[in-house]
Each structure stands twice: as structure tokens, then as C-alpha cells.
Design a protein. Structure first.
Length: 411
């Protein structure tokens, strides 16, 4: 089968949620995306390939190792410029373009690859019509999309870049309008990724899914997966096979998660210190304000008709009396509102700081768990390396013994 090279940008694009970038290397989402391209590669050998909505370009680069030529198209100019710099290959070109108006000639490509794209537009049929236009009559489309009924329910929030998501049934139906044959599979994340055909699976694949602590379901195929995966053509392309991608570098996963948790904890701790300084300044301001209030209240009490100070002042006439009374009430209300504002602000900041401190404690606990896992893995690796070294020494010593026997026999 041979090895497949994976390339990462020297400076990955930041992850915004709109498109996958290699800033999320060694993560679940990377495993999902890589697996799709690894399945697609067998259909791309010595073919003209279009990767529509190619994003950062890592997938187009993978396919260019096997295809005769690859065109990566994305709507974002900055993304295409980044891809052109970071994923160079002689048979690979990146072009700015819209999925609803693909910048390719009619019947000019053998394979179209489009992963997690269709949900980013509302004109699903126009998108598929464009794919059909650029594909040769015997061409193949390899496409995936999140299943709205599963993906949305498993996400903590909706992806703002998804304009119109489809259920698996809707995705299959609209694709079938443009292609005579469709082979539908389901994809689920493990430590890696698995793609299972929906049809002709039966007893060949048994899936065990842990639903809760004491509940495991058994069935054929993936009944509840967040992504649908289709290979389509107007000519029969044979049976779709089960495919597994295992991420063996669990050590890298744990290190990445630990680093992210640690970095987040440091940022939160620094931000908390910043807030605590603000609270200190606010408290000092509050003390000054109280002093000013006491001073002002002494002054204003002189204009209060009911106060002793007012009686001693003996206003000249009723007009002055009314003025002082209104002035006292007006300024007292202002001061009261200022005090309330600062006290409320202080309470809000204290509450926010408390929540941040709770989050920091939680993240620090996660970091400790990750650190424990890292230490455990490091121990296993050292043990394995030590075992391998001992084995190598044993082999060398055995060879030395044999050479010694040969030399002695010659004497």
C-alpha cells in the first residue's frame, strides 16, 4: 500500500469554524477530514481532480501525490494565497472561485471532491448542477456533509457558517437527482475515524456503541453518525468498502490537549489578576466617593429646610428656600445613583471573577489529569524503548557468539 505523506503549513490559518485548518493538528476534527481524503485518493490515481472548497489546501496536496493534476478552489482569496504558498506541487493549482459558479470548463475533470461544503450554501441543486457540469460523463463525485439530525444535537452551538444543513435523507435525495448511482456511508469519530457503508453491511460489520455507563448497543453499521459520505457517478463504480483510520499517536493527542488546557489556564489566570486589580482600583474609588459623599451631604444639609444647619442659615426669602430644597434633592439623587452604579459594577465584577476562578480550577484539574496521562505514556514509551534496546543487545550478543564459534572452529 505504501506510505502517504501529510503536509502542514508553516503558519496555519487560524481556525474560525468556517473551514478546517492545520492549526487543529492531532485533533478529532483533523482525523475526520484526513480520513475523507484518504478514501478519495484511490479514485484519483492518474486522474484530473477538482477539490471544491479546498480551504487551506492540505487535502488537495495529499491528492496531488496520486492524481495527474489537482485544482483546489475556494471562495476566499486570502485562503487561496495561503494555500499557493504553503502547499506547492508541480501538478497542483489553487484558484479563487464560488461553488455555485465553478471556474472550470464543461466535462473537464474526472473526480470532484467536496467535503463539508454543501451546507455552506442554500442553493444545493445549483451547486450539484455545477459539479455535474464540470465532471466528465463517467466522472465521480466524492462528497460529505454533516447530518443535521445528529450533528446539530451533538454540538454545543450551531455553526454560524452553515447556511442550510441537510439531514442524511435529504442529502441522499438531492444527490440522487443528479447521479444515477449513489453509495452512501456513515462516518463516526473514534481515536481516528470510521466510514461504514449503509447498504450491504449486514452481518459483515458489527458495531458496539456505548450509550451510557452501563448501556451498550449492538447493531450493523453506524445508526447515529454526525456525517454522511457519498461516492456518486453516472456509471457503476462497484461496491463501497468499510474504511477505518486509526490515530495511533495518542501521545500527541494528549500533549496537544494538555498544552491547550494549560495555555487557557494561564490566560484566564492573567485575566483574573487584571480584574482583581480593577476591583482594587474600584474599591479605592469607592472609598474616595464615600468621603466626597459625606462632604457633599454636609454642604447639602445646609440647604435642607428640615435640618439644623438650614435653620441657622436663615434663607432670605421663600424663593431661595425653594431653590435650595430642589438643589439638595437633585444632587442627593445624583450621588445616590453614582453610588448604586459603582456598587453594582463591583458586585458584577466579583461574580465574574468568581466564575473565572471556578473555571481556572476546573482547567487546572484537567491539566493535572493530562499531565498524569503524559507521565504514564512517557513511562510506557521509555519501557518500550528500553525493551527494544535490550532486544537489540541480545541480537548483537547472539551474533557475536556465533562469530566467535566460527573463529574458534577455524583454529
Amino acid at each position: 500500500m505504501g506510505k502517504i505523506k501529510i503536509k502542514y503549513a508553516d503558519t496555519p490559518l487560524p481556525f474560525t469554524g468556517e473551514r478546517f485548518t492545520t492549526s487543529l493538528a492531532h485533533s478529532q476534527i483533523e482525523a475526520e477530514h484526513l480520513h475523507r481524503y484518504l478514501i478519495a485518493k484511490k479514485f484519483c490515481a492518474q486522474k484530473k481532480v477538482l477539490d471544491i472548497a479546498c480551504g487551506e489546501g492540505y487535502g488537495s496536496w495529499i491528492l496531488s501525490q496520486f492524481a495527474s493534476s489537482v485544482i483546489g478552489v475556494d471562495i476566499d482569496k486570502a485562503t487561496i494565497e495561503h494555500a499557493s504558498i504553503n502547499y506547492k506541487n508541480g501538478n497542483l493549482n489553487f484558484v479563487v472561485g464560488d461553488v455555485r459558479s465553478i471556474p472550470c470548463d464543461n466535462e473537464s475533470v474526472d473526480v470532484v471532491v467536496s467535503f463539508e461544503t454543501i451546507e455552506h450554501v442554500s442553493e444545493h441543486r445549483k451547486f450539484l448542477h455545477e459539479i455535474q457540469r464540470v465532471l466528465k460523463p463517467s466522472g465521480i463525485l466524492i462528497i460529505s456533509s454533516p447530518d443535521r439530525n445528529v450533528y446539530g444535537s451533538k454540538s454545543s452551538s450551531q455553526n454560524p457558517y452553515h447556511i442550510l444543513e441537510l439531514s442524511k435523507e435529504e442529502f441522499c435525495k438531492v444527490t440522487s437527482e443528479f447521479f444515477k448511482y449513489t453509495h452512501v456511508s456513515s462516518q463516526q469519530s473514534i481515536i481516528g475515524s470510521i466510514v461504514v457503508p449503509d447498504m450491504n453491511c449486514g452481518e459483515e460489520v458489527r458495531v458496539f456503541e456505548r450509550i451510557s455507563i452501563d448501556h451498550i448497543e449492538e447493531y450493523g453499521g453506524l445508526l447515529s453518525s454526525p456525517y454522511a459520505f457519498i461516492i456518486a457517478s453516472n456509471e457503476e463504480i462497484g461496491r463501497n468498502n468499510l474504511s477505518l483510520y486509526f490515530e495511533m499517536s495518542e501521545y500527541a493527542f494528549i500533549i496537544t490537549e494538555h498544552k491547550q488546557a494549560r495555555d487557557e489556564a494561564i490566560k484566564l489566570r492573567d485575566y483574573t489578576k487584571h480584574l482583581e486589580k480593577k476591583i482594587e482600583k474600584l474599591s479605592n474609588l469607592e472609598e474616595k466617593l464615600k468621603t466626597e459623599i459625606n462632604s457633599l451631604q454636609k454642604i447639602f444639609s445646609q440647604s435642607n429646610p428640615n435640618s439644623k444647619e438650614y435653620t441657622n442659615n436663615k434663607p432670605i426669602d421663600q424663593m431661595d428656600n425653594q431653590y435650595y430644597e430642589i438643589n439638595y434633592e437633585y444632587n442627593s439623587n445624583i450621588i445616590l445613583e453614582i453610588v448604586k452604579f459603582f456598587l453594582k459594577k463591583e458586585d458584577n465584577i466579583n461574580l465574574y471573577v468568581k466564575k473565572l476562578q471556578e473555571k481556572i480550577a476546573h482547567i487546572e484539574k484537567i491539566s493535572l489529569d493530562r499531565a498524569g496521562a503524559i507521565n504514564h505514556l512517557e513511562g510506557l514509551l521509555q519501557k518500550k524503548q528500553s525493551s527494544e534496546t535490550i532486544s537489540k543487545i541480545d541480537v548483537v550478543e547472539s551474533k557475536v557468539d556465533k562469530i566467535t564459534e566460527i573463529i574458534l572452529s577455524l583454529k
